[in-house]
Design a protein around this ligand. Sequence first.
Ligand code: UTP
Length: 298
Amino acid sequence: MSTQKVRKAVIPAAGLGTRFLPATKAIPKEMLPIVDVPTVQYIIEEAVASGIEEILIITNSNKHCMENHFDKDYELEARLSESGKTAQVKLINDIANLANIYYVRQKEPKGLGHAVLCAKSFIGNEPFAVLLGDDVVINKGGQPALQQLINAYDKHHASVVGVQTVAEDQVSKYGIVAPNRNVPADGRAVKLDNMVEKPKQEEAPSRMAVLGRYVLTPEIFDLLESQGAGAGGEIQLTDAICRLIDTQAVYAYDFEGIRYDVGDKFGFIKATIDFALERPDLRDQVADYLKEIAEKMK
Ligand code: UTP
């Protein structure tokens, strides 16, 4: 049983973003801003707040702007400094100093499992976190979602997938977990028997869906290497985790927080409204506007 700390995280961000075309033709969906901050920056901030020291982003040939966003920009800094915009200079420098970020390209979008496999040599032989590049989780006043999963990993020394309960008609969109009914739940953590990627509603083993946060043991890489294509013809992370369950314990953790699927148009709109309402500089204006619309719709 490994007692290593979770220090590294992988953010897969090499998907095609087909649900968000045409915006994602030239801009990765992970760079779409929620108010004025790109989605992937919220995810990196969550990883850093959860104690992660090194982050690998899985990108593709279309994602240079992500690398530029987290890099220094001397020209912009000089121009802002010349015009006395010190607050903005700090804002852009803080982004460049957020974390140690590395990049590797997934040459073809062969699925999430394949994207995670691209992190094999970066991770080596230690437990690691995966945060999906388009899933933002906010737990106001509480621990970040990833921190909650890392705590569960530290307790059980086993892989942990982050889950929340979804509506019955939504199960076919997600990886759904099957808890082991013989092992009592430990708070919000349950031991797993199985997982199914995008099951039909009538075949789903539960309504607990995997929502973009994982802590995995490095044994997952050998399984991903031999993993054939699954749902949608893609190499699925869920299928490899299923096989991991045959050889070691895997838990699901029902994390606290509101999760936004920013890769989905409605999820993106909800995130934009909720985040704007949390911003002191925008809250009143946005709230008044929403009331105005609600009034018109009566
Ligand atoms: P999604 O299924 O949400 O991403 O994958 P997608 O394929 O871009 O979405 P649509 O359906 O076409 O709109 C979840 C995460 O895994 C990454 C995505 O970038 C996203 O952050 N991913 C997916 C990869 O990195 N590589 C892949 O081959 C597939």
